[in-house]
Design a protein around this ligand. Structure first.
Ligand code: NAD
Ligand code: DAU
Length: 349
């Protein structure tokens, strides 16, 4: 099998690449990534020597390039993670999200369709999406696979749009697709613009912790390694044309999560209890801030037997330990020097 993973130098993509490389040594995994600010090849340093790993620097917004790549490589499957992924950046620059998340996905669909048109037997186009496409919940209820789409941010609107295009290529052209919509991920190698790694870094640096609004918004957190395991199951056993929700059954208000993080950090850093909480600073709310996400992942549990492997408290503690013991990774990312890693590994661009 030759599987194309897009966005494999990012946070979740690097975990997916590592998982597939090590679990399926006889499959070739090609990681296609254009290395935006969020792409960091150092995320794959421990596995890039493996004989079944290939890296291609390329942009999914370039349709001609994708056509040629698919023609040459004859992929058996695609796991599509490449995206602009940060809600705050989508508010600052929405067009970039339309170009990458919508146009880039359509380019990939076209390339897979062209490559598999004579025989799509055993082929699979797996699109990785988000729970944010379902919009926002009140105090009750959970998102199921039947919840109507109601995105609010430019990011979630672009992901919702890409999901519709993936379904359209299945319904119109018979492309063998599968989609999953996952809740908030956390873990190692996450870019420190997202809540958990940003706050870990700020606590280390004793910088303010900017809590949007009153910190009452609720997210459903899942350890990224459990997401990679779910992706493996869905890629191999999910039904063509179906959607699977993935979530941790693990809802936390932002302020409760931040207080937990502060307690763990004080303990690990040998600081006085309560010291990090003093860094909490309430700031202007995010525009269009969704109040609550909660995922019903019972379909995935029932049909494919997936359940998260660790509790949130354990996962966060492990995550904190990882960032504390990878201070070089963190300082390379925050200083920007990680962007030279490609030049060192593959020659100057
Ligand atoms: P990320 O921002 O960490 O990584 C995105 C990767 O895509 C980067 O390596 C980047 O260089 C690459 N990329 C961006 N534009 C590209 C382009 N035009 N061509 C090629 N590569 C490009 O993102 P992430 O948090 O790992 O999310 C991965 C996927 O999972 C996204 O599709 C996201 O919508 C989805 N998702 C994320 C979460 C989460 O909590 N992070 C939850 C559910 C779903
Ligand atoms: O739900 C899945 C989504 O989770 C993914 O599709 C996105 O790619 C991913 O970025 C994430 O989106 P969120 O907007 O939920 O994640 P973020 O880490 O940006 O924010 C989590 C919560 O914390 C959210 O309610 C906003 C809040 N927040 C975030 C930051 C960065 C703050 O209060 N302060 C901050 O500085």
């Amino acid at each position: 099998m030759h599987i194309l993973v897009t966005g494999g130098a990012g946070f979740i993509g690097s975990h997916v690449v590592r998982h597939f490389l090590t679990k399926y040594p006889s499959s070739t995994i090609t990681n296609l990534d254009c290395l935006t600010y969020a792409g960091n090849l150092a995320n794959l340093r421990d596995v890039e020597h493996l004989p079944n790993y290939r890296f291609v620097k390329g942009d999914i917004t370039d349709g001609d390039f994708l056509m040629q790549l698919f023609e040459k490589e004859r992929f058996d499957g695609v796991i599509h993670l490449a995206a602009e992924s940060h809600v705050d950046r989508s508010i600052a620059n929405p067009t970039a999200f339309v170009v990458t998340n919508v146009l880039g996905t359509v380019n990939l669909l076209n390339a897979a369709k062209a490559s598999w048109q004579s025989n799509s037997e055993g082929k699979r186009f797996y699109h990785i999406s988000t729970d944010e496409v379902y919009g926002s919940l009140g105090e009750e209820g959970m998102f199921t696979e039947e919840t109507p789409y109601a995105p609010h941010s430019p990011y979630s609107a672009s992901k919702a749009s890409s999901d519709h295009f993936v379904r359209a290529w299945h319904d119109t052209f018979g492309l063998p697709v599968v989609i999953s919509n996952c809740s908030n991920n956390y873990g190692s190698f996450q870019f420190p613009e997202k809540l958990i790694p940003l706050f870990i870094n700020n606590i280390i640096q004793k910088k303010p912790l900017p809590v949007y609004g009153k910190g009452e918004n609720i997210r459903d957190w899942l350890w990224v390694v459990d997401h990679a395991e779910a992706i493996d199951l869905i890629y191999h056993q999910g039904k063509t044309g179906e959607t699977y929700n993935i979530g941790g059954h693990n809802e936390w208000s932002n302020i409760d999560l931040i207080r937990l993080l502060c307690r763990i950090m004080d303990n690990k850093l040998g600081r006085t209890s309560g010291e990090s909480e003093k860094l909490i600073t309430f700031v202007t709310d995010r525009a269009g801030h969704d109040l609550r996400y909660a995922i019903d992942s019972s379909k995935l549990q029932r049909e494919l037997g997936w359940v998260p492997s660790i509790t949130f408290e354990k996962g966060v503690e492990r995550t904190v330990e990882w960032y504390l013991s990878h201070d070089e990774w963190l300082s390379n990312v925050t200083s920007g020097s990680y962007q030279h890693y490609y030049d060192e590994m593959y020659g100057v661009r």
